[in-house]
Design a protein around this ligand. Structure first.
Ligand code: CTP
Ligand code: MG
Length: 233
């Protein structure tokens, strides 16, 4: 049984609103995606990292990826949604991956995954029959906004947060089961676990923390830079 990583990196970063795709934005002197690659590459249990780019990606080749040739395989088969990108990538990996091999899907836009958190996910899920993901119990009080926004956004109700977790990545499932789940689920799933849940299975929640943030908006980039500085101290 092998462990592989798949980094979906075919998004445009529309909420970031920058001139270049989010995964290539500079973060502490390297493109953001390089941080996700470095954490995964430091984990000896992962035999290979597949990076899934858009077929129209023009930036990857602008960087010198010397030294990465052994650990990385680039697949230019990204789709129009994250789920499509992941499914296309998994299908392209089928010649290397067995159905029972584990695949860890990790966002290019999560640059601050601590090494020990990745290790904890592998430790806790490697023997799990279903698979699992990093996630954080919701800490804030949650409000549901009223549908009528003519008076601005208004809180209509407080949603109980007990039992709610925020999903992160990596999300770790067996190659065969994940292909089956994503094929059945359609292309608008925003994570792998939701597709697996739709098969009636219950992915294991492995407790993480807020350092493993997803960079979505411009202010997240600054925060990610600070967290990386701290992690690399
Ligand atoms: N992603 C992908 N293919 C897509 C859309 C997203 O591979 N068609 C990837 C992104 O590159 C990112 C990860 O999925 O690594 C998480 O998605 P998100 O944070 O939503 O990134 P974007 O879709 O690029 O950003 P936005 O939704 O703001 O446009
Ligand atoms: Mg997106």
């Amino acid at each position: 049984m092998n462990f592989y990583a798949l980094i979906p990196a075919a998004g445009s970063g529309s909420r970031m609103g920058g001139a270049i795709e989010k995964q290539y934005m500079d973060l502490n002197s390297v493109p953001m995606i390089a941080h996700a690659m470095m954490v995964l590459a430091r984990e000896p249990r992962l035999s290979k990292i597949f990076v899934v780019l858009s077929p129209t990606d023009k930036r990857w080749n602008n960087y010198a990826w010397q030294g990465w040739e052994e650990r990385i395989e680039v697949l230019r088969c990204g789709g129009t949604t994250r789920a499509e990108t992941v499914l296309n990538g998994l299908q392209a990996m089928s010649n290397i991956c067995a159905a029972d091999d584990w695949v860890l899907v990790h966002d290019a836009a999560r640059p601050c995954l601590p090494d020990d958190m990745l290790g904890k996910l592998l430790d806790e899920v490697a023997d799990d029959p279903v698979g699992g993901l990093l996630a954080v119990p919701v800490a804030d009080t949650l409000k549901r906004a009223a549908a009528d926004t003519s008076n601005g956004a208004r809180a209509e109700a407080t949603v109980p947060r007990a039992g709610l977790w925020q999903a992160q990545t990596p999300q770790m499932f067996r190659h065969g089961k994940l292909v089956e789940a994503l094929r059945a689920a359609g292309s608008d799933m925003t994570d792998e676990a939701s597709a697996i849940e739709q098969l009636g299975l219950q992915p294991r929640l492995v407790e993480s923390d807020s350092r493993n943030l997803k960079v979505t908006y411009p202010q997240d980039l600054e925060l990610a830079g600070l967290i990386l500085g701290k992690l690399n101290e």
